[in-house]
Design a protein around this ligand. Structure first.
Ligand SMILES: [Zn+2]
Length: 702
């Protein structure tokens, strides 16, 4: 493992944070970032570091303090706010207690914070408190875990590190572990670190450089030990990985087939009629490492073993669901097979959890399908990506462990205790009450003013949005805006031509691989043309019809296909037009095509109700822009529409505002709100039309 300490970068960190926080703290943050950015050491918020130093209170007193990373912060990006100071002396005194439960421990941590508003420091804080060194680095390094998850792990670690570390058998993280580590250190004060069996590595020193350097040196020694043993192991007969699975189809093709089926099967019934399913978002991983693992002969046995460390339980559960021989040739057979497998997994998981399983979903978080890759699920794309990263590291590390010995995780009893522990689950329970959480919304014409506003409003309601359009640059702009507001992964751009059957189908395939499926389909792409019927050229009429009617049909039809595969119900919300009930002259092509889309929606409502899919229409009046995104439709037809009304183009918005009962200017987010209203199942409504026009009497639904 590369030692990434760089004196210049360290000096830059001191430059950046030193003035405000002092040199020690700056170097602490610097090496924390080095550890956090190395996926072979920690993954997404895993691991922990600390610093002991004096703290000056508001009264000017100097008090010994310890800075520890808070839960929810990531070492890769941690800044001073992520490592609040706690009073050291009163926490050190806790070591004299025989026991301390989680609630009492958290209470002690919180009341010893100097900043009362700081987040709660890590469950491993007392480990940092009880050890005397000023700088402590703790990781869950892959190489260390490959050795500590072995029946003779203690011996292997001693051999690998030439006794530079003390080794502690598994102890439950928290107060018990903190005491055990401190006792072990007291008995071996010359060691450079302590390896925790089934858990990870702790190194320490009174300076940042040495603590980090020791960490890398010990991990490197474990890596070298593995490499050497592996070399020997490969020569041994029977250990060489054999390919047991191959498919003529590409992983992407298989993933397209499996993703929506799986998304439907692992959704958890909530018992609430209005919101019957708790859904998940997918991160699909078909990287070479994962596919190689799935093709190996030991894949099934290893997939069923426990996690590398209990820290991973909340993301990837006790083990993945591995399906040995997926029925790739037939979608129906695949569905039946996966349904069986998921049912069995759930039953076994409930069995494993036994009592204390309340609130824990027994559905798999990771499904491994040979030929297609790993299907990793989370409440958000971000969470799904964490599960995928952990899965990739887990599979690789298990392979290595298996090559040098026997992978043996912590016992089920200990795993269950950690999985059911409320202090662990609290990390996941920061769930919001946003109405479209874990839902996937796809919008056509998403680069335009209304489409972009619908996408933003749905993302604000918690949905992951797929924005489709023909113009890639404009799409990127819309998705960029959403990611700034709601985080990376909240939106995806997809180039799609709604008039081209294969483009629409390929687009939905792409969505299935990106997020796992679809919940809300919003046909919205539209164009207009101004001409009296007498002068309406057939080519112009067909062009408008092709996008506004055929486009709506294809976008809906392919969306239905995915909705039906998931079997979770869902929504189609058609952006129709005020024009359907209140047409205007010289607008025949637009009016006729929009009426066609509207009517298709009503028929779809009749056909899809039996599957729990609701179809509703929104009749909005003119929307000219959404922030800096101008309406393409109005840019094209605005001047002619203005001329036919005998006014200037720039006066159009005011004209439209003035003609409705409320005198309201219709904006894109009003249409977005209407989509969210339907998609959240607020009322049992299908086949209905909701005007978003400020009240235009001529266009009252009839
Ligand atoms: Zn740990």
């Amino acid at each position: 493992m590369e030692d990434r300490w760089d004196d210049q970068a360290a000096a830059a960190a001191v430059e950046r944070w030193g003035q405000r926080c002092g040199e020690d703290f700056a170097l602490r943050l610097y090496s924390a970032n080095l550890i956090g950015r190395n996926g072979d050491l920690v993954l997404h918020g895993g691991g922990n570091v600390s610093l002991k130093r004096p703290f000056r209170t508001i009264l000017g007193d100097e008090v010994d303090a310890v800075h520890v990373k808070c839960s929810g912060h990531d070492l890769a990006t941690i800044e001073p706010g992520g490592m609040p100071a706690l009073a050291l002396a009163p926490l050190q005194r806790l070591r004299s207690l025989d026991s301390l439960d989680d609630d009492a421990m958290v209470n002690e941590l919180r009341r010893n914070l100097f900043d009362a508003s700081a987040m709660t420091p890590s469950i491993e804080t007392l480990l940092h408190v009880f050890l005397p060194a000023r700088f402590i680095d703790h990781s869950h390094a892959d190489a260390v875990l490959a050795l500590t998850n072995q029946p003779d792990g203690m011996q292997m670690i001693r051999e690998a590190t030439a006794d530079k570390v003390a080794v502690l058998p598994y102890v439950v993280p928290g107060f018990e572990l903190a005491k055990a580590v401190a006792d072990l250190y007291d008995a071996n004060p010359s060691v450079e670190g302590i390896v925790l069996i089934h858990h990870g590595l702790v190194t320490f020193s009174d300076d940042a450089r040495t603590a980090y350097g020791r960490h890398i040196a010990i991990v490197s020694a474990c890596e070298a030990f593995i490499a050497e043993r592996r070399q020997v192991g490969l020569v041994r007969a029977g250990r060489r990985p054999k390919v047991s699975y191959s498919s003529p189809k590409k992983p992407a093709e298989l993933a397209t087939l499996a993703a929506p089926i799986l998304r439907g099967l692992i959704a958890t019934p909530t018992g609430d009629d209005d919101h019957p399913w708790a859904r998940s978002i997918l991160e699909w991983d078909a990287s070479a490492d994962v596919l190689e693992f799935l093709n190996s002969e030991s894949a099934e046995a290893l997939a069923k073993t426990g996690p590398l460390t209990t820290d991973h339980l909340i993301r990837t559960k006790r083990h993945a669901l591995y399906v040995p021989d997926p029925a790739w040739t037939d979608a129906k057979a695949l569905h039946a097979q996966l349904e069986d497998e998921v049912r069995r997994y759930r039953a076994e998981y409930c069995n494993y959890l036994n009592e204390g399983s309340e609130g824990i979903d027994p559905s798999p978080s990771v499904v491994l399908l040979p030929g297609a890759g790993a299907f990793c699920w989370g409440g958000t794309k971000h969470e799904a990506r964490i599960a995928a990263d952990i899965t990739r590291h887990t599979l690789t590390t298990k392979t290595k462990a298996d090559a040098i010995g026997t992978y043996a995780s912590l016992s089920d009893e200990h795993l269950r205790a950690m999985e059911c522990r409320s202090i662990q689950r609290a990390k996941l329970n920061a769930q919001s009450d946003r109405p479209l959480e874990s839902q996937i919304v796809v919008i056509s014409g998403g680069a335009g003013a209304i489409g972009a506003a619908i996408a933003e409003t749905c993302a604000g309601a918690g949905a992951h949005v797929v924005v489709t359009d023909v113009n890639e640059d404009r799409l990127r702009h819309v998705v960029g805006r959403i990611e700034v507001l709601f985080g990376s992964g909240a939106a995806a751009a997809l180039v799609m031509d709604v008039t081209d059957e294969s483009s629409v189908r390929a687009g939905y395939d792409d969505i299935c691989r990106t997020y796992g499926g679809v919940d809300v389909v919003v046909p919205n792409a539209g164009i207009a043309h101004v001409a009296p019927i007498e002068d309406l050229k057939l080519a112009d009429f067909r062009r408008v019809l092709d996008i506004n009617a055929v486009g709506y049909l294809l976008f809906m039809r392919e969306g239905m296909r995915v909705l039906r595969q998931q079997r979770l119900g869902g929504h189609i919300v058609i952006n129709s037009s005020k024009n359907v009930f209140g047409p205007g002259k010289d607008f025949g092509a637009y009016s006729a095509s929009k009426a066609a889309g509207h009517q298709l929606g009503k028929v779809a409502a009749l056909e899809l109700a039996q599957y729990g899919i609701r179809v509703n229409m929104i009749n909005a009046d003119a929307v000219f822009a959404h922030d800096d995104i101008q309406s393409g439709l109005w840019a094209e037809v605005g001047p002619q529409r203005a001329a036919s009304r005998g006014m200037k183009t720039e006066d159009l918005p005011e004209y439209y505002r003035g003609r409705n009962l409320l005198g309201a200017r219709i904006r894109g987010h009003h249409v977005g709100n209407a989509v969210v209203f339907f998609a959240r199942n607020a009322t049992p409504t299908t086949g209905a039309t909701l005007p978003v026009d400020g009240g235009v009497a001529d266009a009252f639904p009839r």
